[in-house]
Design a protein around this ligand. Structure first.
Ligand SMILES: [Zn+2]
Ligand SMILES: [Zn+2]
Length: 136
């Protein structure tokens, strides 16, 4: 996770972003909200300070998936890009899957493992938290 500069965007290219510096946290989330929003069994997230992330082209449309949280996506192609919430002020989660080189940024833990689908197994020894990980 030594990446100093990351780039990514949506499937159609309307949204492009750049990220300076390393993520504060990376994780695979198994929660039901991420699953539904991404239509995927689990979602890999990288968390940054909001000022690390710049939208070089386009702007995310956003959906309030709960009163505290907004999910940013491309209005043209539907790619899920970001997650922000009032309980994590100043922070933004970016979908690792929207990075140009997702292999560069590996998850370091699992959270909401209590909601993991019974058929979804990953062969890793990363820490697993039933809900959110403890705040450091
Ligand atoms: Zn798009
Ligand atoms: Zn989630």
């Amino acid at each position: 996770m030594a990446a100093a500069f990351l780039e990514g965007g949506c499937q159609c290219g309307a949204i492009r972003y750049t990220i300076e510096g390393a993520p504060l946290l990376t994780a695979l989330c198994h929660c039901t909200m991420c699953r539904r929003a991404n239509a995927a069994p689990a979602v890999a997230w990288a968390m940054f300070q909001a000022q690390q992330v710049s939208f070089a082209r386009g702007a995310v449309a956003s959906y309030a998936s709960s009163p505290e949280a907004r999910r940013g996506f491309c209005a043209a192609c539907g790619t899920q890009i970001s997650f922000t919430a009032s309980y994590i002020p100043g922070l933004i989660d970016i979908t690792i899957g929207s990075l140009d080189d997702p292999a560069e940024v590996a998850p370091s833990l699992h959270y909401w493992d209590s909601k993991r689908l019974p058929w979804f197994h990953t062969g890793d020894a990363l820490p697993r938290y039933p809900e959110f990980p403890p705040v450091e």
